[in-house]
Design a binder for this molecule. Structure first.
Ligand SMILES: [Zn+2]
Length: 318
C-alpha cells in the first residue's frame, strides 16, 4: 500500500512539473517585467538584505560590515572572557563561553557588531593552575587599547566591553579611565554584571563566587555538553578564610588565601532552571545596556570638550 501511494505521488509531481514547464515562458516574462517595474536603488536593496546581517564581526563580508556599522549606529560589543580553571567540573573557557552566549543573544535582539573571541585579561591569581593564560599587565592594556582603537577606526565609535570575568573588575574601569589621558574619537563603555542580586529560583548556597551554583547553572544553558556535575564535589570550594585583615585592606593574594583551588562555592547545587533565569537576566541586561549606549549623545561630546580644556588647564573657569 505504501509503495503504490508513493508511486501516485511521484506521478502527480511529474504532471505538476510538466505543467510548470509549459507555463515557464510566461512566468519568466512576468518576473522580468515586475523586476523592471520594482527596480530598487542599490541602497534600498542593501537595506533589505540587512535583515539577515550576522552579529558576528568575523562572519560579515567587508560590504556587509559597513552595513552592520550603519545598522548598529556604530555600537560594537567586546565580550571579554579568560582562560582559567573553573573548579573541577567546568571548562577553562567558561567565562568566555558564557559572556559570548549572553552578548550574541543580546545583539540579535538589539543589533550590534560583536568582536571575536577575546580573553587577554587579568588572571595572575590562577597562574598556579593548569591551562591559565596570564598575559603581562603591559600587554593586557596595550592589546586592549589597540583593539578598541582598531574597532573605532572601523566605525565602532561606541565600544561596549561586556565583561565575563570577575578578575577584570579593576582592569576595565582603569582602562576606561585611562581613555582620558589623550584624545580618542570614541567612547569606551563597560558593562560588568553577570548575576542578578535577587529573584528567580531560590539558591541553595551562600558562597557562590567562582564555578559555584550560579556559574555552573549558566553553563548548563550556554554549553551543557561541557559541564561535569559528577565532578563538582571532587574538590572543596569552601572559603578557607586564612587571611586576618580588615575588609577594607586589599592585597593581591586575597583570592588565594580564601579559595586556593580556584573554586568558590558548590557547583553540584546548580540547576538548569537557575541557569535559564540568570542567563535571561544577563541577556536582557546587555540589551538594556546596548540601547542606553546607542541613545547616549552626551559622553563623546563632553569627552571632546574635556580633551580640549585639558590642553590649557589654566584657562579653565569654574
Ligand atoms: Zn568564571
Amino acid at each position: 500500500m505504501v509503495g503504490s501511494r508513493a508511486r501516485i505521488r511521484r506521478g502527480e509531481k511529474f504532471a505538476m512539473l510538466t505543467n510548470c514547464r509549459r507555463g515557464a515562458f510566461s512566468v519568466l516574462s512576468i518576473l522580468a517585467l515586475s523586476s523592471v517595474l520594482n527596480a530598487q536603488p542599490a541602497s534600498e536593496q542593501a537595506a533589505a538584505s540587512a535583515d539577515k546581517l550576522s552579529v558576528h564581526w568575523e562572519e560579515l563580508t567587508a560590504s556587509d560590515f559597513r552595513e552592520g556599522i550603519r545598522r548598529s549606529q556604530g555600537t560594537c560589543l567586546l565580550p571579554f572572557g579568560i582562560l582559567e580553571k573553573h573548579g573541577p567540573h567546568l571548562p577553562l573557557g567558561t567565562d568566555l563561553l558564557d559572556v559570548r552566549y549572553a552578548a550574541l543573544h543580546a545583539a540579535e535582539e538589539e543589533y550590534a557588531v560583536v568582536f571575536p573571541e577575546y580573553y587577554f585579561g587579568q588572571i595572575a591569581e590562577a597562574r598556579h593552575e593548569p591551562g591559565t593564560m596570564s598575559y603581562s599587565r603591559n600587554l593586557q592594556l596595550a592589546l586592549l587599547q589597540e583593539t578598541t582603537d582598531e574597532m573605532a577606526r572601523n566605525g565602532c565609535k561606541k565600544v561596549l566591553i561586556v565583561n565575563g570575568h570577575g578578575g577584570n573588575e579593576h582592569l576595565l574601569p582603569y582602562f576606561a579611565q585611562s581613555q582620558l589621558d589623550k584624545p580618542h574619537d570614541y567612547v569606551v563603555y563597560v558593562f560588568d554584571e553577570r548575576t542578578p542580586q535577587h529573584g528567580g529560583p531560590a539558591k541553595k548556597t551562600t558562597i557562590d563566587m567562582h564555578a559555584g551554583e550560579s556559574e555552573t547553572s549558566k553553563m548548563m544553558i550556554s554549553r551543557p555538553d561541557l559541564v561535569h556535575p559528577d565532578r563538582a564535589t571532587n574538590e572543596s570550594g569552601a572559603d578557607q578564610a586564612r587571611q586576618k585583615l580588615p575588609e577594607d585592606v586589599y592585597t593581591g593574594i586575597w583570592w588565594y588565601t580564601r579559595f586556593p583551588f580556584h573554586y568558590s562555592g558548590d557547583g553540584s547545587a546548580a540547576t538548569k532552571e537557575l541557569g535559564e533565569y540568570q542567563m535571561k537576566w544577563w541577556i536582557d541586561s546587555v540589551v538594556t545596556a546596548i540601547r542606553a549606549v546607542k541613545a547616549d549623545d552626551v559622553s563623546l561630546k563632553l569627552q571632546n570638550e574635556f580633551y580640549e580644556k585639558s590642553t590649557h588647564p589654566l584657562d579653565t573657569q569654574p
